[in-house]
Design a protein around this ligand. Structure first.
Ligand SMILES: Nc1ncnc2c1ncn2[C@@H]1O[C@H](COP(=O)(O)OP(=O)(O)OP(=O)(O)O)[C@@H](O)[C@H]1O
Ligand SMILES: [Mg+2]
Length: 266
């Protein structure tokens, strides 16, 4: 049974006198517990796909299903890490995380909620910053808080739009490893869809990689590495090098087609 399914999905953005077609006939199925990454050139429709998966937008045409049932609007079993940091600037770190938990655990006491918030702050390596405001944190720290807040809600479906896009290379590695570890620690397997520009990140974390081009999923890649995964072991294999090469060749082909046959002078 598919956890998430797009059937002939189209999405058009409408302005006053104009419209833009961002997705055209997108079809895919994602199983429960699967981790899928979406990659592709800027503007190809990745965030748009995620906004339908999150329920923030409905398809203009076609159907989006969750657990084989037609889905419209948002629900508390789905949580999103947005492309830009999405913390409330007027709330401390602890309050930001507690706010997320409160949305899904309405019956829990303040004390219980704060305990969970602390556990997740600890899990992302941020002990002792509970009372700091987002402006007092570095970009990488803010993104860790945003991830902690989303994971603390224990969503069935986790949607992430370039969650590590705005952090430096070293922090990115730390956050990827943290995510791998957190996913393996959980009791229930979450269904995850992540948008990324980083092919290594997509391979390291995912079970499947969707390559988007021409407003649809142009190609799917299966990533058959056993879990728990270790970056050094995976990156050393010839299987990884071949897969990376294959995905790269799709990227280059797409870029070439987009810039036409004109010679690029740098
Ligand atoms: N609100 C909007 N109104 C009109 N067009 C939009 C709107 N949002 C996005 N688009 C257009 O839809 C297309 C897909 O946008 P989307 O944000 O999904 O791209 P993306 O693949 O996430 O790109 P990036 O990698 O740059 O984040 C783009 O051409 C964009 O200009
Ligand atoms: Mg985007």
């Amino acid at each position: 049974m598919a956890k998430l399914k797009f059937e002939n999905v189209y999405l058009e953005y409408h302005d006053k006198n104009d419209y833009y077609s961002a997705l055209e006939d997108v079809n895919f199925e994602i199983k429960e517990g699967e981790f899928v990454s979406i990659i592709g050139s800027s503007g190809c429709g990745k965030s748009t796909t995620l906004s339908i998966l999150s329920g923030l937008k409905d398809p203009t045409k076609g159907t989006f299903y969750i657990d084989e049932k037609e889905s419209h609007g948002t629900s508390i079993n789905r949580a999103v890490v947005f492309q830009n940091y999405s913390l409330f600037p007027w709330m401390t770190t602890k309050k930001n995380i507690s706010f997320g938990i409160k949305q899904v655990e309405k019956h829990k006491s303040k004390k219980e909620i704060e305990k969970i918030a602390k556990q997740y702050l600890n899990a992302v390596g941020l002990d002792g910053i509970d009372n700091k405001y987002p402006y007092q944190l570095s970009g990488g720290m803010r993104q860790r808080v945003a991830i902690a807040r989303t994971l603390a809600m224990e969503p069935e479906i986790l949607l992430m739009d370039e969650p590590f896009g705005a952090v430096d290379a070293k922090t990115r590695v730390v956050l990827q490893d943290m995510l791998l570890e957190l996913l393996e620690r959980g009791n229930e397997k979450k269904t995850i869809v992540m948008v990324t520009h980083d092919i290594d990140e997509a391979i390291l974390l995912s079970d499947r990689v969707f390559f988007m081009a021409d407003k649809k999923i142009a190609k799917e890649f299966q990533v058959d590495f056993a879990r728990p995964r270790n970056r050094q072991d995976i990156f050393a294999t010839s299987k990884y090098k071949e897969l990376r090469q294959e995905i790269m060749s799709y990227f280059y082909k797409d870029v070439k087609e987009n810039i036409g046959n004109e010679e690029v002078v740098l």
